[in-house]
Every structure is written in C-alpha cells, then in structure tokens.
Design a protein around this ligand. Structure first.
Ligand code: G3I
Length: 359
C-alpha cells in the first residue's frame, strides 16, 4: 500500500511547486494521503483537547495527518494535581476520550517534570515526596492502562546543557533514585506501556546526550523498565545534520525505541530561557521556506537512516501550526517553525517532510 502512495505523491503534491503534467481526469479524486499514510511508523501531533474543540480546520489536520496524539498540556502534573485535594482528571479524560474517538495512538506527556511544579508539593519532605510520586504515577497510569500506549515518564531530567542531572525539586528531595523509582511505578501500573525518558537539545549537545545515555545504560544494567528515549527535537535551521544523525545512531545503539517527540524547526535563535529569543530573521520569504522544507526532509531521512525500523516509535510535531506554536510566546520571537502557516495551510515544510518519508 505504501509503495502505491509513494508513486502517487509527485502527482498529488506536485501542484505545490509546479503544475502537474497530467490530464485533469487522471488526478485521483480521493483525498491525498496524509503524513501518517506515507510513513511506516507513527506520525503524531501535540494538541490540547480544548484547542481542537470547535476548530474544524485544526480537527481536519489532526484527523487526516496523524496516527498518534500527545497532549500538549492536558496530561501534565499541574493539570491533574491542581491542589492539595484529590487529583482532577477532567482535562486528561477529555483528551484521551478525544484521541480514542479519533482512532489515534495516545501518548502520555508527562508524569514527572520540573516545569510548572505544583506549589503545594514543594513542602513535602523526601519520604512524603517518594510516597507522592509512587501514588501519583500509580493512579494516573492505572487509570489509562491499555489506553495510553506510552509515557514520557521523566521529562527533562538533564540540566539544560552539559551532562549533569537537572536540579529539580525531585532531585533535591529524593536524590537520583527518583528516576528509576518513577519508571518502576509506571511499569507496575501498566506493564505494557512503553516508558520513555525525554529531553531537549540532545541531538546537538553531545555532553548532554552522553550524560543521558550513561543514565539510561545504568538503568538498563539495574533492570529498570525503560523502553525508549525521546528527542524533543526543537531544532534550528543551522542545527548540524550530521550531528543529528550521529546522535540518533548513538541513542539507537541502546536498543531502545526512539521518539522524535516535539519536532519544530526555527529560523531564529534563543538561549533556552523564557524570553530569551534573538530575532535574526524578521521576514519570511519563499527561499527561506524552501530551505526549511529541505531541513524537514532531511530530518525524516535522518530518522529513517539512523533508527532501525523496529525502534521507530515515531515522529511527533509540537503544536504543528505557525498560529499555535509555543515558540513565539515562550521566547518572545516571531518565527515560523511548523508544517502549517498561520492560516493552517500546508507550507513547503509539509511537502519537504513528506518527501523525506518516501523511499
Ligand atoms: O491556559 C492558560 C490560560 O487560561 C491563560 O490565559 C494563559 C496566560 O498565560 O496561560 C494559559 O496556560 C498556558 C498554557 O501553556 C496553555 O497555553 C501556560 O501559561 C503556559 O505555561 C503553557 O505553556 C506550555 C509549556 O509547555 C509549559 O507547560 C506550552 O503550551 C507547551 O507547548 C510547552 O511544552 C513543552 C513540553 O511540555 C516539554 N518540552 C518543551 C515544550 C515547549 O516548552
């Protein structure tokens, strides 16, 4: 099936660049294949359920292009453990129900993260923090057992740069043991779920990747149930492609699943801090959009070249439209990092990525 779709691609997508040299009657009337139809691994998008509700254009993209969905924020601890009382599952339930109605694989993001750390948990001492982690993960993962395919168990455990662990409240309260503890709790609650450690800049910060891989190898040696490594892959137009390939190959050598979990590609720069954007490009041009298309094409190829088929958990796009991207607000920038423009039209980046998925 995939082969025939690949043969159709130049016909279906050619109109983005040139007029196809075929009779109108030869053009198939069926919808063009979505990205998920073109790939032999899952293609995902990150959304919040509330964002897609009532937005038919966004809903059409979600339903036609993706085979996997991640909640941008609906499944984070701050969305569930809102206060000292009982956990609130309003947002994650709505998200999981939506994703299931759409027939998509559901990916859970994320069980433990330092960002947005619920304030009422700050006062817990080490023992109480361990108790909270075990009971929180048990409750959340059990609730969605058999429905959520995989989880980012620990998100951004490594310091922003270099190879050390990030100084999170969990590290301060419990020490390094909080990481294997979280994976063990998730595995007890759903032994079938794929359990990931997820981080950013690991495709280009070799010290950070080495630190992460050392942690992963230690966990594997200790029999900790870890199934995969997530590369967030928030990259820039000047991120070195050979380095990305080497980093993916190095991570794949662990034998674990590899997820490109939050893909976007920016033209500008930042220092990884909120408000830390540097506006280099202030006007988008057709030439820049074409360069971005080539970068998206390369990224799909690099994944296929460096990650063996059985380890391809998939490629997920983060917020995937220039209208909804987190980049502009977070870094205080104007950028165009995704596959869809502000009017939710496919950009050259979309067609570039589709090319990169083809043989
Ligand atoms: O929902 C409120 C809204 O009611 C309020 O008016 C508005 C005003 O600021 O804030 C809204 O909440 C924001 C929420 O996004 C929804 O837009 C939060 O302030 C904001 O902190 C939150 O940001 C999210 C961020 O993670 C923190 O959770 C971004 O959407 C989301 O894209 C981003 O995702 C992270 C990944 O989880 C991990 N990797 C990096 C990635 C990008 O930062």
């Amino acid at each position: 099936m995939y082969k025939s779709l690949f043969l159709l691609l130049p016909l279906l997508y050619g109109s983005a660049c040139t007029t196809p040299a075929v009779e109108t009657s030869e053009i198939p009337t069926a919808d063009p294949p979505g990205l998920a139809d073109l790939a032999d691994f899952p293609i995902g998008g990150a959304i919040n359920e509330g964002r897609v509700r009532g937005d038919s254009a966004l809903l059409a993209i979600v339903s036609e292009e993706f085979s996997s969905l991640t909640a941008t924020n609906d499944m984070k601890m701050y969305a569930i453990a809102r206060g000292p009382g009982a956990l609130d599952f309003t947002l994650p339930d709505a998200f999981v129900n939506f994703a299931e109605r759409q027939g998509k694989r559901v990916f859970g993001h994320t069980l433990l993260w330092h960002y947005g750390f619920p304030r009422h948990l700050m006062e817990l001492d080490g023992e109480a923090a361990e108790g909270f982690i075990n009971s929180y993960i048990d409750t959340v993962v059990t609730r969605y057992r058999g429905r959520v395919d995989g989880w980012d168990v620990v998100n951004e455990a490594m310091a922003t740069s270099g190879g050390e662990l990030r100084e999170t409240p969990w590290l301060e309260k419990i020490g390094k043991a909080y990481i294997p503890m979280a994976f063990r709790a998730a595995d007890r609650a759903d032994p079938e779920a794929k359990l990931f450690i997820n981080d950013f800049n690991t495709e280009r910060d070799t010290a950070k990747l080495n630190g992460l891989l050392a942690l992963v190898e230690e966990m594997q040696a200790d029999g900790v149930p870890i199934d995969g490594i997530g590369f967030q892959m928030h990259i820039r137009m000047d991120t070195d492609e050979e380095l990305i390939g080497r980093s993916l190959a190095k991570a794949a050598a662990t034998g674990l699943l590899i997820h490109l979990s939050e893909v976007d590609i920016i033209f500008n720069r930042h220092d990884d801090t909120q408000g830390g954007g540097e506006q280099i490009v202030d006007k988008i041009t057709p030439e820049l959009l074409e360069q971005q298309a080539q970068k998206y094409e390369s990224l799909a190829r690099l994944y296929r070249e460096n990650v063996p088929p059985a380890q391809r958990y998939g490629i997920t796009f983060w917020s995937f439209t220039d209208r909804d991207t987190w980049i502009n607000g977070f870094f205080d920038l104007k950028d165009w990092p995704t596959l869809y423009d502000e009017q939710l039209q496919k950009k050259p980046a979309y067609y570039g990525f589709a090319r990169g998925l083809r043989e």
